[in-house]
Design a protein around this ligand. Structure first.
Ligand code: PGA
Length: 263
């Protein structure tokens, strides 16, 4: 597999935003825009990640629209069930229509202080239940400034994917999101992002072999918007975007989706 046959994948991470009414309206608008792009023969996969409590409502909205947008969850807990107050299992997510789960988002790592061991348990639980897992990795500003970008990404990828089996890789997406670029309006240059993606793909090749690594999609995230999306996604190892702020405005998000399929 090469860059030219990895189908681009765009995620809209709504974080702790929207309410029921605005979330439904956003999902409807995005579903209709994505449907018209796909009707023009554009190849792109799209997922939206609403807050947990709105998942059933957004699931119904997407189903009613006949949309193939994947419903995503922003996090999960790895245990199947039990005394884990406040947590939600993979099975519960599946029950309300979730198809894809973010794990290790930078706000989980650095605001909620999740470590690599917990992240690895979550990755394995999601993949084990045959769902798509988006493992998020990325360096902080001081780590970039001290030349540690590749070391940090490599460590997060290796620890996050510990004991993942090669046959589970088709359900894995990596999101490279430099922490300093998230929600700040600062974006990695297309070349810096490409260099980080290339290194992540080399790590995947070391873990799983070159062919398997070539099939894994690596999204870029961090202040992606309608203006910068095209250039970022034209890089050979950038296979889409994980979008926060700009995913809350349907027109902006749809322009990013369109940029991913060359539009
Ligand atoms: P941002 O967020 O686009 O608002 O920078 C990206 C993310 O956190 O996934």
């Amino acid at each position: 597999m090469t860059a030219s046959n990895r189908v681009p994948i765009i995620g809209g991470n709504w974080k702790m935003n929207t309410d029921r009414t605005t979330g439904i309206a956003l999902a409807k608008a995005v579903a209709s825009g994505v449907a018209s792009l796909q009707a023009q023969g554009k190849k792109v996969e799209v997922a939206v990640f609403p807050p947990f409590v709105y998942l059933p409502a957004i699931s119904e909205t997407l189903c009613a629209a006949g949309s193939n947008i994947a419903l995503g969850a922003q996090d999960v807990y790895h245990a199947e069930k039990g005394a884990f107050t406040g947590e939600v299992s993979v099975g519960m997510l599946r029950d309300v229509g979730v198809k894809t789960v973010l794990v290790g988002h930078s706000e989980r790592r650095h605001v909620i202080h999740e470590g690599d061991d917990l992240i690895n348990l979550k990755v394995r639980a999601v993949l084990h239940h045959a769902m798509r897992c988006v493992l998020c990795v990325g360096e902080k500003l001081e780590q970039r400034e001290t030349g540690q970008t590749n070391t940090i990404n490599e460590r997060q990828v290796r620890l996050g994917l510990r004991d993942v089996r090669p046959d589970e890789l088709d359900r894995l997406v990596i999101a490279y999101e430099p922490v300093w670029a998230i929600g700040t309006g600062k974006t990695a240059t297309p070349q810096d992002a490409q260099d980080a993606h290339r290194h992540i793909r080399l790590v995947l090749a070391d873990l799983f072999g070159k062919d398997a690594a070539a099939g894994v999609r690596i999204q870029y995230g961090g202040s992606v918007n309608a203006a910068n999306a095209k250039e970022l996604m034209s890089q050979p190892d950038i296979d889409g975007a994980l979008v926060g702020g700009a995913s809350l405005k349907d027109a902006d998000f749809l322009q990013i989706v369109s940029a991913a399929c060359g539009g």
